[in-house]
Design a protein around this ligand. Structure first.
Ligand code: GDD
Ligand code: MN
Length: 386
C-alpha cells in the first residue's frame, strides 16, 4: 500500500459524514463524480476517502481534480488489492472519521442526491444501517445493463436471502453497494471481506441493531465498464459458503463438488477409449483417471486455494495431487475387475460405481476420522438463530 496522500486537507473537527468510494480503473468517471459530490456535500461536514486498486491513472486524476472540490479528499492506493472491492471498503471504513459513513460506487450508478437521504433516514429512524435499495418502495434497477445481469442480480439476492433468512429479513437489496452506516456501530475487525458483497458481509457478521431502507434508481454507468465478472460470481459463491459454513467446511464443500464434477471427464474419456479406440478397460480406466485428476487439479488450483503465494511450485503441487489421487486406483481397479469380469457389469457403469464408492469412503473417512468435532464445540460459523 502506498498510503494516503500527504497533501490531504483535514477538517478542523471530525466530519459528520465520510464518503468511502472504492475505485478500480475509473479515471473517466472522476471529474463528473467529484463535480456532483461538490454540489451535494457540505464542505465543513464531509470528507471523501477513495480506496483505489487501479492499474490506470485514476489516483492521479483524483489528485488533479481535488483542488476544485470543496470537500477534503484522501486517496488510499493499495498495491495488493486484498479482498477486492470489499477489502477496499473495509480499508475506507477503518480510516473514516465521520459519524456516518456512506459507501458508494465511483461510476455514478448510485445517485449522489440520495446520499443525504440515507444519512437523514438513519438520524430519523435511529437505524445503524441504511441501505439504498433497488427493490422496494419505488426503487429501480433499470441501470443493470442486460437481462442477463438482471437475472444474475435477482438470483444472487434470492440465494443470499434464502441462506440468511433472519439476518436479511428487513433488507430487500442485500447486494447493494450503496449504504450508510453509523460509524459507532461498526466493528471492522470482525469483517473478512471477499469481493463485491460487502454489505452482506457487514450485515451477517455484525448484525446491525436496526436497518432502514431508502429506494433509489440504479442508473446506467457514466463511463467505463463494470468490473464484475464470472470470477467475481464464483467469489460470491465462495463468500456465501464461507459466511454460512466457516472457511474449512466451505472449502470441503467446494472440494466435494469439484470431485463430483470430475466424474464427467472420467466417464467421457473412458467411453472414448473403450468404445471408440477399443482400448482394454483396465488401462482405459487408469488413463481416464489421469484426465479426471487434471480436471480436478485445474479447478482446485483455480477456485479453491487461489489467494497468496504458495510453498510448492505448480509442478510439485500437480505431482503430489496426482500421486495422492491415484492411490484410489489401488482400490478402484480390482473393484472394477470384479464388477466387469465377474459380474459382467457394463464398463462405464462399473467405473461410475467405483467412483461413487470411493467418494463415499473418502467422505466417511474425512467426516469420521479427520473433521471430528470436539465435545461442546463453540461454533466457528455465523450463527443463524431462528
Ligand atoms: N478498490 C477497488 N478494488 N474498487 C473496485 C474493485 C476492486 O477490486 N472492483 C470494483 N471496484 C469499484 C469500481 O471501480 C466501482 O467504483 C465500484 O467498485 C463498483 O464496481 P462495478 O464494476 O461498477 O460494479 P457493478 O456496477 O457491476 O455492481 C455494483 O453495484 C451493485 C448495485 O449496487 C456493486 O457495488 C455491486 O456490489 C452492487 O450489487
Ligand atoms: Mn457499476
Amino acid at each position: 500500500m502506498t498510503g494516503s496522500s500527504p497533501t490531504q486537507r483535514s477538517a478542523p473537527h471530525p466530519p459528520r459524514l465520510t464518503l468511502v468510494i472504492p475505485t478500480y480503473n475509473e479515471r473517466d468517471n472522476i471529474p463528473e463524480l467529484l463535480s456532483q459530490l461538490g454540489q451535494v456535500l457540505e464542505a465543513a461536514e464531509a470528507e471523501i476517502i477513495f480506496v483505489d486498486d487501479s492499474t490506470d491513472d485514476t489516483p492521479t486524476v483524483i489528485e488533479a481534480a481535488r483542488s476544485d472540490c470543496p470537500v477534503p479528499i484522501t486517496v488510499v492506493h493499495r498495491d495488493d488489492a486484498s479482498g477486492g472491492l470489499g477489502g477496499a471498503v473495509v480499508e475506507g471504513l477503518k480510516r473514516a472519521q465521520g459519524a456516518w459513513v456512506v459507501v458508494m460506487d465511483a461510476d455514478l450508478q448510485h445517485p449522489t442526491a440520495t446520499i443525504a437521504d440515507l444519512v437523514a433516514t438513519g438520524e430519523q429512524t435511529g437505524a445503524d444501517l441504511v441501505v439504498a435499495t433497488r427493490y422496494a418502495g419505488g426503487g429501480d434497477r433499470s441501470g443493470l445493463s442486460s437481462g442477463y445481469r438482471k437475472a444474475v442480480s435477482g438470483g444472487s439476492t434470492l440465494l443470499a436471502k434464502t441462506l440468511f433468512r433472519r439476518a436479511l429479513a428487513g433488507v430487500s437489496d442485500p447486494m447493494s453497494g450503496f449504504f450508510a452506516v453509523r460509524a459507532a456501530s461498526i466493528e471492522t475487525d470482525r469483517l473478512q471481506p471477499l469481493g463485491y458483497k460487502i454489505l452482506l458481509e457487514l450485515i451477517v457478521r455484525t448484525r446491525p441493531q436496526r436497518v432502514a431502507e431508502v429506494p433509489y434508481t440504479f442508473a446506467p454507468r457514466h463511463a467505463g465498464e463494470s468490473k464484475s465478472s464470472l470470477r467475481e460470481g464464483l467469489r460470491y459463491l465462495r463468500h456465501l459458503a464461507t459466511l454460512r459454513l466457516g472457511r474449512t467446511r466451505a472449502r470441503m464443500l467446494g472440494y466435494g463438488l469439484i470431485g463430483l464434477s470430475g466424474m464427467l471427464p472420467n466417464l467421457v474419456s473412458l467411453w472414448l477409449l473403450t468404445h471408440l479406440l477399443g482400448v482394454h478397460y483396465v488401462p482405459a480406466a487408469i488413463a481416464a483417471n489421469q484426465v479426471a485428476i487434471a480436471w480436478n487439479f485445474a479447478l482446485t488450483n483455480m477456485l479453491l486455494f487461489r489467494s497468496g503465494p504458495r510453498r510448492h511450485s505448480l509442478r510439485s503441487r500437480l505431482t503430489r495431487f496426482a500421486l495422492l489421487n491415484n492411490t484410489d486406483l489401488l482400490v478402484r481397479i480390482p473393484l472394477l475387475g470384479v464388477l466387469v469380469a465377474v459380474l459382467h457389469v457394463n464398463v462405464l457403469l462399473g467405473n461410475a460405481l467405483t467412483l461413487a464408492v470411493m467418494f463415499l469412503v473418502r467422505f466417511v473417512v474425512i467426516d469420521r476420522a479427520i473433521f471430528v468435532p470436539a465435545p461442546a464445540e463453540t461454533p466457528s460459523t455465523v450463527p443463524e438463530t431462528s
